[in-house]
Design a protein around this ligand. Structure first.
Ligand SMILES: CC(C)(COP(=O)(O)OP(=O)(O)OC[C@H]1O[C@@H](n2cnc3c(N)ncnc32)[C@H](O)[C@@H]1OP(=O)(O)O)[C@@H](O)C(=O)NCCC(=O)NCCS
Length: 150
């Protein structure tokens, strides 16, 4: 899959494209301010994925994660609706594990809404296991805490 996509750092000028995907993907999307805040944190890592076959406007997905000591915490991952199920989220995850391992991370954690079955399926396929539950993590909805050894 690596020839189809490329990964680069999320820059200020990409936030508009990322926000369009964010707003189409989540009921309670992050704001521009949230992304701005994230890209200025030293512990934060933010990447976009581009589809190589399209020359312009080719941002189709993004991921945000933090590394604290040996833990990688995945905060966000989303793919533009037209480009789902072609492997781009898996591609981003694999690239980001390489980055996290170089920064001495050993374990990845993430929270996912208990009713987000598509994402849960995606994480299970990518080797995550249930590690706990967080009540009312998303307003009135519970989250599963998932974990993967890198
Ligand atoms: C979850 C998400 C990131 C997956 O991205 P993607 O690029 O489509 O994922 P991939 O193509 O790499 O999928 C790999 C596997 O994930 C699972 N999966 C992905 N989408 C799925 C769906 N709609 N239904 C069931 N399983 C799904 C499948 O096991 C799939 O493998 P398969 O296609 O061989 O069956 C994407 O659906 C998305 O952006 N969702 C909205 C945002 C979101 O919920 N993010 C997670 C918040 S915690």
């Amino acid at each position: 899959m690596s020839h189809l996509f490329s990964l680069s750092e999320l820059k200020y000028e990409n936030i508009g494209d990322v926000l369009r995907i964010e707003e189409a993907s989540f009921e309670n999307p992050w704001s521009k301010k949230s992304f701005l805040n994230e890209i200025t944190q030293s512990i934060s890592n933010n990447y976009i994925a581009k589809l190589n076959s399209i020359p312009i406007n080719n941002i189709i997905a993004y991921i945000s994660f933090r590394i604290v000591c040996s833990e990688m915490e995945i905060l966000k991952i989303a793919v533009s609706k037209e480009y789902r199920r072609i492997g781009v989220a898996t591609y981003m995850m694999d690239k980001c594990y390489e980055i996290a391992l170089k920064k001495n991370a050993e374990t990845a954690f993430l929270e996912v809404n208990k009713t987000n079955f598509k994402a849960i399926n995606f994480y299970i396929k990518n080797g995550y296991e249930r590690y706990g539950e967080r009540a009312k993590y998303y307003k009135n909805e519970d989250a599963l805490l998932l974990k993967k050894e890198l």
